[in-house]
Design a protein around this ligand. Structure first.
Ligand SMILES: [Zn+2]
Ligand SMILES: [Zn+2]
Length: 87
């Protein structure tokens, strides 16, 4: 299994670490997404504060990534973070 690499140069050991990296790059400290709502894991495991409830932790991660990723993929550090589509 090969490492996954972000456009910023970050190399993750696996897809999970890469997802963590993207989330850290795009999620602001106040967890307010571009849609103006707060998205964070609530008191109920697997459920977002916006009401989204996934069937697994992975679903929730995908949700966070979807709401926090800006259209231009530029993270809080001013760099572009994106992963080449899976082949
Ligand atoms: Zn949400
Ligand atoms: Zn990156």
């Amino acid at each position: 299994m090969s490492a996954r690499r972000c456009e910023c140069g970050y190399a993750a050991a696996d897809a999970l670490h890469l997802q963590d990296h993207l989330q850290e790059s795009f999620t602001p400290p106040d967890a307010v997404a571009p849609d103006g709502r707060v998205h964070d894991e609530g008191a109920e495991p697997g459920r977002c504060l916006c009401g989204f409830g996934g069937s697994s932790a992975d679903d929730l991660d995908q949700h966070f990534l979807a709401v926090f990723t800006p259209p231009d993929h530029v993270g809080r550090d001013g760099r572009r973070h994106a992963v080449p589509a899976r082949l």
